[in-house]
Design a protein around this ligand. Structure first.
Ligand SMILES: [Zn+2]
Length: 492
Protein backbone atom coordinates (compact mmCIF):
# COMPACT_ATOMS: atom_id res chain seq x y z
CA UNK A 1 0.00 0.00 0.00
CA UNK A 2 2.87 2.28 0.95
CA UNK A 3 4.56 1.71 -2.40
CA UNK A 4 1.48 2.36 -4.46
CA UNK A 5 0.97 5.77 -2.91
CA UNK A 6 4.49 7.10 -2.98
CA UNK A 7 5.50 5.97 -6.48
CA UNK A 8 3.03 8.17 -8.34
CA UNK A 9 4.12 11.08 -6.17
CA UNK A 10 7.78 10.56 -7.13
CA UNK A 11 6.74 10.06 -10.74
CA UNK A 12 4.85 13.34 -10.68
CA UNK A 13 7.79 15.19 -9.19
CA UNK A 14 10.18 13.74 -11.77
CA UNK A 15 7.86 14.73 -14.59
CA UNK A 16 7.70 18.23 -13.20
CA UNK A 17 11.50 18.48 -13.03
CA UNK A 18 11.83 17.20 -16.60
CA UNK A 19 9.33 19.78 -17.83
CA UNK A 20 11.09 22.56 -15.96
CA UNK A 21 14.52 21.51 -17.23
CA UNK A 22 13.30 21.36 -20.82
CA UNK A 23 11.45 24.66 -20.56
CA UNK A 24 14.58 26.37 -19.31
CA UNK A 25 16.66 24.69 -22.01
CA UNK A 26 14.55 26.16 -24.80
CA UNK A 27 13.91 29.54 -23.23
CA UNK A 28 16.34 31.99 -24.86
CA UNK A 29 18.40 34.10 -22.48
CA UNK A 30 19.25 37.75 -23.14
CA UNK A 31 18.95 38.88 -26.73
CA UNK A 32 22.08 37.92 -28.67
CA UNK A 33 21.02 39.14 -32.11
CA UNK A 34 22.84 40.53 -35.15
CA UNK A 35 23.87 44.20 -35.33
CA UNK A 36 23.56 46.73 -38.16
CA UNK A 37 26.37 47.01 -40.66
CA UNK A 38 27.74 50.49 -41.24
CA UNK A 39 29.58 52.12 -44.05
CA UNK A 40 33.14 52.79 -42.94
CA UNK A 41 36.32 51.08 -44.05
CA UNK A 42 39.67 52.22 -42.69
CA UNK A 43 42.65 52.57 -44.99
CA UNK A 44 44.10 49.14 -44.34
CA UNK A 45 47.65 49.86 -45.58
CA UNK A 46 47.86 52.96 -43.44
CA UNK A 47 46.51 51.14 -40.37
CA UNK A 48 49.10 48.37 -40.78
CA UNK A 49 51.88 50.90 -41.22
CA UNK A 50 50.81 52.83 -38.11
CA UNK A 51 51.08 49.70 -35.99
CA UNK A 52 54.29 48.55 -37.63
CA UNK A 53 55.94 51.88 -36.85
CA UNK A 54 54.50 52.00 -33.33
CA UNK A 55 56.16 48.69 -32.47
CA UNK A 56 59.59 50.19 -33.21
CA UNK A 57 59.39 52.54 -30.22
CA UNK A 58 60.85 50.48 -27.40
CA UNK A 59 58.58 51.79 -24.67
CA UNK A 60 59.50 48.90 -22.39
CA UNK A 61 58.44 48.79 -18.73
CA UNK A 62 61.02 46.75 -16.84
CA UNK A 63 59.80 47.56 -13.32
CA UNK A 64 59.57 50.48 -10.96
CA UNK A 65 63.28 50.34 -10.18
CA UNK A 66 64.18 50.56 -13.88
CA UNK A 67 61.67 52.94 -15.46
CA UNK A 68 60.55 52.95 -19.06
CA UNK A 69 62.89 54.84 -21.37
CA UNK A 70 61.77 58.46 -21.35
CA UNK A 71 63.48 58.97 -24.67
CA UNK A 72 61.49 56.20 -26.32
CA UNK A 73 58.23 57.50 -24.83
CA UNK A 74 58.84 61.08 -25.97
CA UNK A 75 59.83 59.88 -29.43
CA UNK A 76 56.60 57.90 -29.58
CA UNK A 77 54.64 61.00 -28.53
CA UNK A 78 56.18 62.90 -31.45
CA UNK A 79 55.40 60.06 -33.81
CA UNK A 80 51.75 60.10 -32.74
CA UNK A 81 51.55 63.88 -33.22
CA UNK A 82 52.81 63.68 -36.81
CA UNK A 83 50.78 60.57 -37.66
CA UNK A 84 47.42 61.81 -36.34
CA UNK A 85 47.45 65.53 -37.21
CA UNK A 86 43.66 66.01 -37.24
CA UNK A 87 43.20 64.36 -33.86
CA UNK A 88 46.03 66.43 -32.39
CA UNK A 89 44.49 69.59 -33.77
CA UNK A 90 40.96 68.88 -32.58
CA UNK A 91 41.87 67.51 -29.17
CA UNK A 92 43.67 69.12 -26.27
CA UNK A 93 46.77 67.09 -25.47
CA UNK A 94 48.35 67.17 -22.02
CA UNK A 95 51.44 65.34 -20.84
CA UNK A 96 50.85 64.03 -17.31
CA UNK A 97 53.44 62.40 -15.06
CA UNK A 98 56.14 63.33 -17.60
CA UNK A 99 55.21 60.67 -20.16
CA UNK A 100 51.49 59.83 -20.09
CA UNK A 101 49.11 61.41 -22.61
CA UNK A 102 45.71 62.79 -21.76
CA UNK A 103 43.60 63.89 -24.74
CA UNK A 104 40.38 65.85 -24.37
CA UNK A 105 37.99 65.93 -27.30
CA UNK A 106 35.30 68.44 -26.38
CA UNK A 107 31.82 67.25 -27.28
CA UNK A 108 29.51 69.18 -29.60
CA UNK A 109 27.09 69.61 -26.70
CA UNK A 110 27.99 70.86 -23.22
CA UNK A 111 28.65 68.47 -20.37
CA UNK A 112 25.51 67.87 -18.29
CA UNK A 113 24.12 65.05 -16.15
CA UNK A 114 22.57 63.57 -19.30
CA UNK A 115 25.65 64.25 -21.42
CA UNK A 116 28.54 63.07 -19.26
CA UNK A 117 31.97 62.42 -20.79
CA UNK A 118 33.31 59.02 -21.74
CA UNK A 119 36.88 57.86 -21.03
CA UNK A 120 38.89 55.49 -23.19
CA UNK A 121 42.10 54.05 -21.76
CA UNK A 122 45.17 52.61 -23.39
CA UNK A 123 48.80 52.27 -22.44
CA UNK A 124 51.96 53.25 -24.25
CA UNK A 125 54.33 50.87 -22.44
CA UNK A 126 54.97 47.21 -23.22
CA UNK A 127 56.47 44.31 -21.30
CA UNK A 128 60.04 43.22 -22.07
CA UNK A 129 60.92 40.19 -24.14
CA UNK A 130 62.17 37.57 -21.68
CA UNK A 131 65.96 37.39 -22.13
CA UNK A 132 66.92 34.23 -23.97
CA UNK A 133 63.61 33.90 -25.84
CA UNK A 134 64.43 36.39 -28.62
CA UNK A 135 65.38 33.49 -30.88
CA UNK A 136 61.95 31.91 -30.47
CA UNK A 137 60.31 34.84 -32.22
CA UNK A 138 59.43 34.13 -35.85
CA UNK A 139 59.91 37.85 -36.53
CA UNK A 140 62.00 40.25 -34.43
CA UNK A 141 59.97 41.71 -31.55
CA UNK A 142 60.71 45.41 -32.19
CA UNK A 143 60.95 45.67 -35.98
CA UNK A 144 57.24 45.79 -36.78
CA UNK A 145 57.49 43.34 -39.67
CA UNK A 146 54.31 42.98 -41.73
CA UNK A 147 54.07 39.43 -43.05
CA UNK A 148 51.38 36.81 -43.71
CA UNK A 149 48.61 39.30 -42.96
CA UNK A 150 50.01 40.12 -39.51
CA UNK A 151 51.96 42.94 -37.93
CA UNK A 152 54.49 41.32 -35.64
CA UNK A 153 55.94 42.62 -32.44
CA UNK A 154 55.81 43.32 -28.75
CA UNK A 155 52.91 45.57 -27.84
CA UNK A 156 50.76 44.93 -30.90
CA UNK A 157 48.06 43.34 -28.71
CA UNK A 158 49.05 44.79 -25.37
CA UNK A 159 48.27 47.57 -25.85
CA UNK A 160 49.33 49.65 -28.84
CA UNK A 161 46.17 48.32 -30.48
CA UNK A 162 44.20 50.76 -28.30
CA UNK A 163 46.52 53.69 -29.05
CA UNK A 164 46.44 53.19 -32.83
CA UNK A 165 42.78 52.09 -32.81
CA UNK A 166 41.46 55.09 -30.90
CA UNK A 167 43.56 57.77 -32.60
CA UNK A 168 42.92 56.40 -36.08
CA UNK A 169 39.18 56.20 -35.37
CA UNK A 170 39.23 59.86 -34.25
CA UNK A 171 41.32 60.83 -37.29
CA UNK A 172 38.73 59.22 -39.58
CA UNK A 173 35.81 60.80 -37.79
CA UNK A 174 37.40 64.23 -38.10
CA UNK A 175 38.09 63.67 -41.79
CA UNK A 176 34.34 63.12 -42.19
CA UNK A 177 33.41 66.12 -40.06
CA UNK A 178 32.11 63.93 -37.22
CA UNK A 179 32.34 64.92 -33.59
CA UNK A 180 30.83 63.12 -30.59
CA UNK A 181 28.08 64.90 -28.66
CA UNK A 182 29.80 63.87 -25.45
CA UNK A 183 33.25 64.95 -24.43
CA UNK A 184 35.66 62.10 -24.96
CA UNK A 185 38.94 61.52 -23.11
CA UNK A 186 41.80 59.31 -24.23
CA UNK A 187 44.06 58.52 -21.28
CA UNK A 188 47.21 56.73 -22.39
CA UNK A 189 49.39 55.65 -19.45
CA UNK A 190 53.10 55.04 -19.70
CA UNK A 191 53.61 52.59 -16.81
CA UNK A 192 50.60 50.27 -16.81
CA UNK A 193 52.84 47.22 -16.81
CA UNK A 194 54.35 48.33 -13.52
CA UNK A 195 51.16 49.41 -11.75
CA UNK A 196 50.18 52.71 -13.38
CA UNK A 197 51.21 54.74 -10.33
CA UNK A 198 52.99 57.52 -12.23
CA UNK A 199 50.67 57.52 -15.25
CA UNK A 200 47.07 56.35 -14.86
CA UNK A 201 46.84 57.33 -11.20
CA UNK A 202 48.09 60.86 -11.97
CA UNK A 203 45.73 61.27 -14.93
CA UNK A 204 42.81 60.10 -12.81
CA UNK A 205 43.78 62.70 -10.18
CA UNK A 206 43.87 65.43 -12.84
CA UNK A 207 40.36 64.49 -13.99
CA UNK A 208 39.08 64.20 -10.42
CA UNK A 209 40.49 67.63 -9.55
CA UNK A 210 38.54 69.03 -12.50
CA UNK A 211 35.36 67.50 -11.14
CA UNK A 212 34.94 65.16 -14.11
CA UNK A 213 32.16 62.64 -13.70
CA UNK A 214 32.22 60.16 -16.54
CA UNK A 215 29.29 58.18 -17.90
CA UNK A 216 31.47 55.14 -18.46
CA UNK A 217 35.01 54.00 -19.19
CA UNK A 218 36.48 51.53 -21.67
CA UNK A 219 39.84 49.84 -21.05
CA UNK A 220 41.77 46.79 -22.20
CA UNK A 221 41.01 43.38 -20.71
CA UNK A 222 38.43 41.82 -23.02
CA UNK A 223 38.50 40.68 -26.63
CA UNK A 224 36.79 38.85 -29.45
CA UNK A 225 37.38 35.17 -29.82
CA UNK A 226 35.86 32.05 -31.31
CA UNK A 227 35.86 28.37 -30.45
CA UNK A 228 37.15 28.61 -26.87
CA UNK A 229 33.99 27.06 -25.47
CA UNK A 230 33.49 23.60 -26.96
CA UNK A 231 30.49 23.44 -29.25
CA UNK A 232 29.92 27.21 -29.34
CA UNK A 233 30.50 28.38 -32.90
CA UNK A 234 29.65 32.08 -33.23
CA UNK A 235 32.08 34.90 -32.50
CA UNK A 236 32.17 35.83 -28.86
CA UNK A 237 32.89 39.25 -27.33
CA UNK A 238 34.28 38.70 -23.87
CA UNK A 239 33.74 41.86 -21.81
CA UNK A 240 35.05 42.20 -18.27
CA UNK A 241 32.69 44.24 -16.09
CA UNK A 242 34.92 43.56 -13.08
CA UNK A 243 38.48 42.65 -12.18
CA UNK A 244 40.04 40.87 -9.26
CA UNK A 245 42.04 42.61 -6.57
CA UNK A 246 45.53 41.76 -5.48
CA UNK A 247 47.47 41.54 -2.23
CA UNK A 248 50.77 39.98 -1.22
CA UNK A 249 51.22 38.83 2.37
CA UNK A 250 54.53 38.13 4.02
CA UNK A 251 54.64 35.18 6.41
CA UNK A 252 57.49 35.34 8.87
CA UNK A 253 58.73 33.00 11.59
CA UNK A 254 61.55 33.92 13.97
CA UNK A 255 63.44 30.94 15.44
CA UNK A 256 66.06 30.77 18.16
CA UNK A 257 68.99 29.60 16.05
CA UNK A 258 71.67 27.35 17.51
CA UNK A 259 73.51 24.20 16.43
CA UNK A 260 71.64 21.80 14.22
CA UNK A 261 72.77 18.82 16.35
CA UNK A 262 70.26 19.75 19.05
CA UNK A 263 67.25 20.96 17.07
CA UNK A 264 63.71 21.63 18.28
CA UNK A 265 60.96 19.44 16.82
CA UNK A 266 60.12 22.23 14.36
CA UNK A 267 62.55 24.87 13.10
CA UNK A 268 61.34 28.23 11.83
CA UNK A 269 61.54 26.75 8.33
CA UNK A 270 59.36 23.82 9.37
CA UNK A 271 56.77 26.11 10.94
CA UNK A 272 56.72 28.30 7.83
CA UNK A 273 56.41 25.28 5.54
CA UNK A 274 53.50 23.91 7.56
CA UNK A 275 51.69 27.25 7.33
CA UNK A 276 52.05 27.35 3.54
CA UNK A 277 50.87 23.75 3.31
CA UNK A 278 47.83 24.70 5.41
CA UNK A 279 46.99 27.58 3.06
CA UNK A 280 47.22 25.32 0.01
CA UNK A 281 45.08 22.66 1.65
CA UNK A 282 42.45 25.21 2.69
CA UNK A 283 41.75 27.23 -0.43
CA UNK A 284 39.36 30.17 -0.32
CA UNK A 285 35.71 29.29 -0.81
CA UNK A 286 34.34 29.32 -4.34
CA UNK A 287 31.83 31.76 -5.72
CA UNK A 288 30.29 30.46 -8.91
CA UNK A 289 28.34 33.60 -9.83
CA UNK A 290 30.87 35.19 -12.23
CA UNK A 291 31.48 31.93 -14.08
CA UNK A 292 27.75 31.26 -14.11
CA UNK A 293 26.86 34.52 -15.87
CA UNK A 294 29.51 33.74 -18.52
CA UNK A 295 28.25 30.20 -19.07
CA UNK A 296 24.63 31.32 -19.19
CA UNK A 297 25.40 33.94 -21.81
CA UNK A 298 26.82 31.33 -24.20
CA UNK A 299 24.45 28.50 -23.26
CA UNK A 300 21.92 29.16 -26.05
CA UNK A 301 24.62 28.39 -28.61
CA UNK A 302 25.73 25.11 -27.03
CA UNK A 303 24.85 21.66 -28.32
CA UNK A 304 21.68 20.25 -26.74
CA UNK A 305 23.09 18.29 -23.79
CA UNK A 306 25.51 21.03 -22.67
CA UNK A 307 22.80 23.60 -23.11
CA UNK A 308 20.41 21.56 -21.00
CA UNK A 309 23.00 21.42 -18.23
CA UNK A 310 24.10 25.07 -18.44
CA UNK A 311 20.57 26.43 -18.50
CA UNK A 312 19.70 24.39 -15.46
CA UNK A 313 22.53 25.19 -13.12
CA UNK A 314 19.97 25.32 -10.30
CA UNK A 315 20.00 21.53 -10.67
CA UNK A 316 23.40 20.67 -12.17
CA UNK A 317 25.70 23.19 -10.49
CA UNK A 318 27.42 20.61 -8.23
CA UNK A 319 28.16 18.38 -11.24
CA UNK A 320 29.52 21.29 -13.30
CA UNK A 321 31.64 22.55 -10.43
CA UNK A 322 33.18 19.12 -9.95
CA UNK A 323 33.93 18.91 -13.68
CA UNK A 324 35.70 22.26 -13.60
CA UNK A 325 37.71 21.47 -10.48
CA UNK A 326 41.02 20.90 -12.26
CA UNK A 327 40.75 23.76 -14.71
CA UNK A 328 43.08 26.42 -13.26
CA UNK A 329 41.74 29.10 -15.63
CA UNK A 330 38.17 28.55 -14.48
CA UNK A 331 39.18 28.18 -10.85
CA UNK A 332 40.90 31.57 -11.01
CA UNK A 333 37.55 33.11 -11.93
CA UNK A 334 35.78 31.37 -9.07
CA UNK A 335 37.81 32.05 -5.97
CA UNK A 336 40.45 34.19 -4.36
CA UNK A 337 43.58 32.36 -5.44
CA UNK A 338 46.56 31.52 -3.24
CA UNK A 339 50.06 31.44 -4.73
CA UNK A 340 53.16 31.05 -2.56
CA UNK A 341 55.70 32.79 -4.78
CA UNK A 342 58.86 33.41 -2.71
CA UNK A 343 60.59 31.79 0.25
CA UNK A 344 63.82 32.32 2.14
CA UNK A 345 65.42 31.20 5.40
CA UNK A 346 68.58 29.73 6.88
CA UNK A 347 72.23 30.52 6.19
CA UNK A 348 74.10 27.23 6.55
CA UNK A 349 73.32 23.52 6.53
CA UNK A 350 74.41 22.93 10.12
CA UNK A 351 73.01 26.11 11.65
CA UNK A 352 69.43 26.33 12.90
CA UNK A 353 67.60 29.10 11.05
CA UNK A 354 66.49 32.26 12.81
CA UNK A 355 64.37 34.15 10.28
CA UNK A 356 62.29 32.26 7.75
CA UNK A 357 59.91 34.13 5.52
CA UNK A 358 57.71 33.65 2.49
CA UNK A 359 55.54 35.74 0.22
CA UNK A 360 52.11 34.61 -0.80
CA UNK A 361 50.27 36.42 -3.59
CA UNK A 362 46.47 36.47 -3.54
CA UNK A 363 44.13 37.54 -6.37
CA UNK A 364 40.97 38.69 -4.70
CA UNK A 365 37.45 37.90 -5.87
CA UNK A 366 34.77 40.63 -5.69
CA UNK A 367 33.20 40.42 -2.26
CA UNK A 368 36.48 40.17 -0.36
CA UNK A 369 39.16 42.74 0.54
CA UNK A 370 42.88 42.63 1.39
CA UNK A 371 41.90 42.79 5.07
CA UNK A 372 39.46 39.89 4.90
CA UNK A 373 42.09 37.88 3.02
CA UNK A 374 44.66 38.54 5.77
CA UNK A 375 42.15 37.68 8.49
CA UNK A 376 41.36 34.35 6.87
CA UNK A 377 45.04 33.54 6.37
CA UNK A 378 45.72 34.10 10.07
CA UNK A 379 42.76 31.91 10.93
CA UNK A 380 43.82 29.07 8.60
CA UNK A 381 47.44 29.09 9.76
CA UNK A 382 46.24 29.25 13.36
CA UNK A 383 49.76 29.52 14.76
CA UNK A 384 50.87 32.55 16.73
CA UNK A 385 54.49 31.92 15.82
CA UNK A 386 53.72 32.94 12.22
CA UNK A 387 53.51 36.69 11.63
CA UNK A 388 51.24 37.64 8.75
CA UNK A 389 51.83 41.13 7.35
CA UNK A 390 51.10 43.11 4.20
CA UNK A 391 54.14 42.99 1.94
CA UNK A 392 55.94 46.20 1.07
CA UNK A 393 56.09 49.35 3.11
CA UNK A 394 52.64 50.88 3.50
CA UNK A 395 51.18 48.73 0.73
CA UNK A 396 47.96 47.03 1.63
CA UNK A 397 47.14 45.65 -1.79
CA UNK A 398 44.22 46.64 -3.97
CA UNK A 399 40.71 45.42 -3.44
CA UNK A 400 38.70 43.91 -6.31
CA UNK A 401 36.70 46.28 -8.50
CA UNK A 402 32.98 46.71 -8.09
CA UNK A 403 31.00 44.77 -10.70
CA UNK A 404 29.75 47.22 -13.33
CA UNK A 405 26.12 46.91 -14.43
CA UNK A 406 25.34 44.90 -17.52
CA UNK A 407 22.66 47.35 -18.58
CA UNK A 408 22.32 51.10 -18.97
CA UNK A 409 23.78 53.61 -21.40
CA UNK A 410 27.44 52.52 -21.34
CA UNK A 411 26.71 48.82 -21.63
CA UNK A 412 24.26 49.44 -24.49
CA UNK A 413 26.67 51.76 -26.33
CA UNK A 414 29.44 49.20 -26.04
CA UNK A 415 27.47 46.09 -26.97
CA UNK A 416 25.69 47.83 -29.85
CA UNK A 417 29.04 48.94 -31.32
CA UNK A 418 30.37 45.38 -30.92
CA UNK A 419 27.38 43.85 -32.71
CA UNK A 420 27.51 46.46 -35.48
CA UNK A 421 31.24 45.86 -36.02
CA UNK A 422 30.70 42.11 -36.36
CA UNK A 423 27.61 42.46 -38.58
CA UNK A 424 26.42 40.75 -40.67
CA UNK A 425 27.99 38.04 -38.55
CA UNK A 426 26.38 37.35 -35.21
CA UNK A 427 28.44 37.83 -32.08
CA UNK A 428 27.65 36.65 -28.57
CA UNK A 429 28.19 39.09 -25.71
CA UNK A 430 29.80 37.20 -22.83
CA UNK A 431 30.65 38.99 -19.57
CA UNK A 432 33.57 37.53 -17.68
CA UNK A 433 35.53 38.46 -14.58
CA UNK A 434 39.07 39.57 -15.45
CA UNK A 435 41.59 37.72 -13.30
CA UNK A 436 44.43 40.17 -14.09
CA UNK A 437 44.74 43.84 -13.14
CA UNK A 438 44.37 46.88 -15.42
CA UNK A 439 44.80 50.66 -15.13
CA UNK A 440 41.01 50.89 -14.71
CA UNK A 441 41.40 50.49 -10.97
CA UNK A 442 42.82 54.01 -10.69
CA UNK A 443 39.67 55.52 -12.22
CA UNK A 444 37.10 54.08 -9.83
CA UNK A 445 36.14 57.48 -8.45
CA UNK A 446 35.28 58.87 -11.90
CA UNK A 447 32.51 56.45 -12.83
CA UNK A 448 31.10 53.17 -11.64
CA UNK A 449 30.64 51.85 -15.19
CA UNK A 450 33.91 50.20 -16.25
CA UNK A 451 34.09 47.88 -19.21
CA UNK A 452 37.27 46.17 -20.22
CA UNK A 453 37.09 45.33 -23.90
CA UNK A 454 39.00 45.88 -27.14
CA UNK A 455 37.58 44.69 -30.42
CA UNK A 456 40.46 42.44 -31.42
CA UNK A 457 39.80 38.94 -32.58
CA UNK A 458 42.29 36.37 -31.36
CA UNK A 459 42.48 32.64 -31.86
CA UNK A 460 43.38 30.33 -28.99
CA UNK A 461 47.04 30.22 -30.09
CA UNK A 462 47.43 34.01 -30.13
CA UNK A 463 46.04 34.42 -26.61
CA UNK A 464 49.33 33.15 -25.18
CA UNK A 465 51.27 35.78 -27.13
CA UNK A 466 50.13 38.55 -24.78
CA UNK A 467 53.21 39.05 -22.58
CA UNK A 468 54.64 36.00 -24.39
CA UNK A 469 56.50 35.06 -27.56
CA UNK A 470 55.40 35.92 -31.11
CA UNK A 471 52.97 38.66 -30.19
CA UNK A 472 51.25 39.84 -33.36
CA UNK A 473 47.99 41.26 -34.60
CA UNK A 474 46.32 40.54 -37.89
CA UNK A 475 45.79 43.48 -40.22
CA UNK A 476 42.16 42.40 -40.54
CA UNK A 477 41.48 42.52 -36.83
CA UNK A 478 43.29 45.85 -36.43
CA UNK A 479 40.96 47.27 -39.07
CA UNK A 480 38.05 45.98 -37.01
CA UNK A 481 39.46 47.69 -33.91
CA UNK A 482 39.44 51.01 -35.77
CA UNK A 483 35.94 50.35 -37.10
CA UNK A 484 34.69 49.49 -33.62
CA UNK A 485 36.05 52.65 -31.98
CA UNK A 486 34.77 54.70 -34.93
CA UNK A 487 31.29 53.24 -34.58
CA UNK A 488 31.24 53.63 -30.85
CA UNK A 489 32.51 57.23 -30.71
CA UNK A 490 30.32 58.34 -33.63
CA UNK A 491 27.26 57.49 -31.59
CA UNK A 492 28.28 58.95 -28.21
ZN1 LIG B 1 48.02 45.84 -21.03
Amino acid sequence: MFKTRILPAIGGLLALIVILVLARTFMPAAEQGVGKSFDFKPNSDRVAKLMSESVRYKTISYGRDKPTSGKALLAYHRYLATSFPKAHKAMTREVVGDYSLLFTWAGSEPVSPSNKPVIFLGHLDVVPVIPGTEGDWKQPPFKGVIADGFIWGRGTLDNKVNIVGLLEAAENMLARGLQPKRTVYFAFGHDEEQGGIDGALEMAKVLEARGVEAEFLIDEGGLVTQGIVPGVEPLMAVIAPAEKGIVTLQLKVVGKGGHSSVPPVQTSIGILGASIAALEANQFPRDFSHTQSFLESVADDMPFVNRLVMKNLWLFKPVVMRQLENDTQIQAGMRTTTAATMISGGIKANVLPIDASAKVNFRILPGETPDTVRARVIQVINDERVQVNFDGSGQRGMGPSPVSPQSGYGWEALTTAIRDTAAPERIIIAPRLLVAATDTRHYRALTSNHYRFTYMQLGASDLGAIHGTNERISVATLNDTVRFFFRMMSRL
